[in-house]
Write a protein that binds this ligand. Structure first.
Ligand code: CAA
Length: 256
């Protein structure tokens, strides 16, 4: 199996496990990942998800061996399959943390960009090397990298295909934190557990509203935010969360 899944204390850890190809994504790997995220969507016991890789790479991108002989229709299908995976990550009601343990190149960087939060090993490197292969980024890098680091910097990173070190990634806001490699997963798990203690319903509503803001239509985003905020009221999670605060005790959320 090229994708491993572990669940513990409300946190699911999805591990890309194709180290012989530096976790590059061929079609079976993408389908396995899509199935995994779709299954997590329905798993109410999972309140936060971590995506990481095994070995020295987070993921070295789309599988170049598979892509090399593709023609336009197959390439379009491959781009769309990648988009389905990033949409599955963004559309997941649970927050997703990328724990970038090594190379995050091409489609690997693009999958990390689709996550809500990125933490990285201090040895990790990011790049969009597609233009060196004669193609533009195909799984959302042209859309999500500019949103995260600004147009000018994203243009330089994509147009030069240069590598971004973990230090630089932290400085430009591409990642939220960097850690020694042996601490990365425990730091990501700590963060995931802190998130998982909060209302799943409210987390999902916040994630949906934030996605709309990033979609480039703040007015619709604000309208949706108001509706989602209002719809949270009268739910068991809202009642429990506010009652627990007033009673000075930790909340026990059911996700209803
Ligand atoms: N696809 C297929 N196989 C890959 C791969 C990829 N993206 N990246 C690495 N591999 C394979 C190598 O071919 C090699 O396999 P063999 O042992 O069978 O030859 C194995 O993984 C180990 O790789 P290296 O020997 O190259 O390892 P390294 O440590 O010397 O270098 C690296 C690591 C710098 C990441 C280098 O592997 C590399 O540059 N890989 C390609 C990165 C890349 O260009 N990614 C973008 C792909 S295009 C894309 O992702 C399009 C999109 O937007 C969807």
């Amino acid at each position: 199996m090229a994708v491993d899944l572990e669940r513990s204390d409300g946190v699911a850890t999805v591990t890309l496990n194709r180290p012989g190809a530096l976790n590059a994504f061929d079609t079976p790997q993408l389908r396995a990942l899509l199935d995994t995220f779709r299954a997590l969507r329905a798993d109410r016991a999972v309140r936060c998800v971590i995506l990481t890789g095994t070995g020295k790479a987070f993921a070295a991108g789309a599988d170049i061996k598979e892509m090399a002989d593709k023609q336009m229709p197959e390439a379009l299908a491959f781009a769309r399959l990648g988009h389905q995976v990033t949409a599955a990550i963004e559309g997941l009601p649970q927050p997703v943390i990328a724990a970038v343990n090594g190379y995050a190149f091409g489609g690997g960087c693009e999958l990390a960009l689709a996550c809500d939060i990125r933490l990285a090993a201090d040895t990790a490197q990011f790049a969009q090397p597609e233009v060196t292969l004669g193609v533009p980024p195909g799984w959302g890098g042209t859309q999500r990298l500019p949103r995260l680091v600004g147009h000018g910097l994203a243009a330089e990173i994509i147009f030069t295909a240069r590598r971004v070190t973990a230090d630089e990634a932290l400085r430009i806001g591409l990642v939220n934190g960097i850690y020694p490699p042996d601490r990365l997963l425990s730091e990501a798990t700590d963060l995931a557990r802190r998130i998982a203690a909060n209302s799943p319903r409210a987390l999902a509503a916040a994630k949906r509203a934030m996605a709309l803001a990033l979609a480039g239509d703040p007015a619709s985003g604000l309208a949706a935010e108001a509706t989602l905020f209002a719809e949270s009221f009268g739910t068991p999670d809202q009642e429990e969360g506010m009652r627990a605060f007033l009673e000075k005790r930790p909340a026990a959320f059911s996700g209803e």
